[in-house]
Every structure is written in C-alpha cells, then in structure tokens.
Design a protein around this ligand. Structure first.
Ligand code: DQA
Length: 158
C-alpha cells in the first residue's frame, strides 16, 4: 500500500504554472482583449488536464518579477517543466528569461491574446528564445493547449 503510494508520487510529472503581472485581474481586465474567463477558471481547467494525465501542478500568480524568478529557482530540482504566461514581463524582462535559461527546464510560453496582432512593443518576447514553444491568441485555451503540449513534450511525443 505505502509502496504504491510512493511509487505514484515518484511517477507524477510536476509542473510549475506561472501567471505574471495583472493576470489576477482576468475576467475584469480589458475583457474585449482577454475575455471574461477568470484566472481561477483557467487554473481549474489546467487542474483537470493535470489530473487526467497524472501530473501535479504548482501554481503561482505574482505581480512581482522577483517572486516569479524565485519560484523558477525553487522549481529547478523538483519540477519537470514550466508553463508560463509572463504578462507584460514578456516584452521587458531579461532577468526572467535568464532565470528560465538558468534552470534549464522545458518551458512553454502562453498568451491569451495574439500579441503579434497588437501594438508593436508586444511583438518581441524575451522569453520565446528560451521556450520549447509558444501558444498565442486562443484566449484561455492557450493555457490548456500549452499544458497539453508541455506534457506531450515531456513524454517524448513527436
Ligand atoms: C498577455 C499579453 C501581454 O502583452 C500583456 O502584457 C499581458 C497579457 C496575454 O496573455 O495575452 O499582460 O501576456
């Protein structure tokens, strides 16, 4: 019984889910751009996928760059991959990019909106070059598609 329990823990795929600045306001914030789905709704949808695939999620939303970086450092030895919507830090943060590169874990970057259709300053991401891939423009489904892609990647799916 105990052996089976520990085996299950060992076999679970631990994923860190990070939501950057202002994403706590989802549902209220510019709904014409980001939709009416809340962050709690998104976390719930991700938890369902994780449960179905035997993955364990640790989730953090922070408006503080340093808190996101600390979470990445802490995940280095305990986590298999990272799903991140860096929010506005996408376009500004060398430090966040360096943290992702530094922990050397597979990372999928997601955005609700299609950043390439928006203002020019949103067209460049400091994160994309250190990500396995990116999903943009599908609203809350960018997250579910991103988590599925990350788990497939970790399982070695082609
Ligand atoms: C965003 C896009 C960013 O440009 C913006 O600063 C956000 C949200 C998105 O999910 O579409 O905060 O990351």
């Amino acid at each position: 019984m105990m052996a089976a329990f520990y085996n299950r823990i060992r076999m679970s795929t631990h994923i860190l889910v990070l939501h950057g600045p202002n994403l706590n306001l989802l549902g209220l914030r510019e709904p014409e751009v980001y939709g009416r789905t809340t962050l709690a709704d998104i976390d719930h949808a991700l938890a369902e996928i994780a449960a179905a695939r035997g993955a364990v999620l640790t989730t953090l939303q922070s408006n503080h760059e340093g808190a996101l970086i600390d979470a990445l450092h802490a995940a280095r030895t305990t986590t298999r991959g990272v799903l991140i919507n860096p929010g506005g830090l996408t376009h500004t943060s060398v430090a966040l990019r360096d943290a992702i590169a530094g922990i050397a874990l597979p990372c999928v970057e997601v955005h609700l909106s299609n950043v390439h259709k928006r203002e020019e300053f949103r067209h460049h991401s400091f994160i994309s070059a250190v990500a396995v891939g990116t999903v943009v423009g599908f609203g809350w489904r960018s997250y579910t598609l991103g988590l599925t892609a990350l788990l497939d990647h970790l399982e070695g799916a082609k």
